[in-house]
Design a protein around this ligand. Sequence first.
Ligand SMILES: NC(=O)c1ccc[n+]([C@@H]2O[C@H](COP(=O)([O-])OP(=O)(O)OC[C@H]3O[C@@H](n4cnc5c(N)ncnc54)[C@H](O)[C@@H]3O)[C@@H](O)[C@H]2O)c1
Length: 242
Amino acid sequence: MMKVILITGGCGFVGSNLAVLLKTKYPSYSITAFDNLKRRGSETNITRLQKAGIDFIHGDVRNKEDFGQIGKIDLLIETSAEPSVLAGINSSLDYLINTNLNGTINCLNFAAKYKADFIFLSTSRVYPIKQLENICFTESETRFDITQNQCIPGVSGLGISESFPLHGARSFYGATKLASELLISEFNEMQGMNTVINRCGVITGPFQMGKIDQGVVVLWVARHFWKKDKYVTFFIFTTYSD
Ligand SMILES: NC(=O)c1ccc[n+]([C@@H]2O[C@H](COP(=O)([O-])OP(=O)(O)OC[C@H]3O[C@@H](n4cnc5c(N)ncnc54)[C@H](O)[C@@H]3O)[C@@H](O)[C@H]2O)c1
């Protein structure tokens, strides 16, 4: 069956890879990438997307009017974001909240208009920082392992589950994502919208634009490859579903 999919943030790392993967797997689907090209380098994905048969619309999730360029959809995958965990700490919160929260609301309203399904790229950063610091680890030869016995619910050798406590500060970025998650649950319950919330950990792969505050694995590998002398330290938290 023909499906019409809108991917907001579709020129970003996750959005563009999802778009190409879905189009390759389901050639009959109509897929549109919607992006304001805020992320430096995201514009380089336009040609790649178009070559794969994916339409591009220059639009901003902060502006409801920009959704007027799009027709009926069956599925909206919301991958647009200010994805930096440092956003708002020494800078204005405006872009973060207007994109990550108000933008998600605009996406939800647009999906609701067509009774479309909704997939949201959330983050492991919804889990509070101090709670994460209380997880017990043992240091093995190549990694830190989560110990079997923990005093916090939702932690095991498999990682962190949705039953991990949510009280405490988590970064402005994480707060916008958690607030979006709460609203998505309301659309799911009150409007019968089919929704998926995916709390991603640190993800990486081809076509990621590496920066210290987002895309750190690529940045770390690139610095190593080009023999740069600065070190980047990073931690990976994994999540899984119960
Ligand atoms: N990459 C990771 O490690 C990671 C981890 C956890 C969660 N996430 C989440 O996954 C999603 C995708 O992340 P990513 O790594 O692809 O980031 P990315 O920065 O590569 O992609 C985000 C895209 O959104 C676009 N965008 C930003 N503001 C916009 C706006 N107002 N309107 C329209 N488009 C806008 C950007 O131009 C960019 O192309 C985000 O929601 C992010 O928070 C990513």
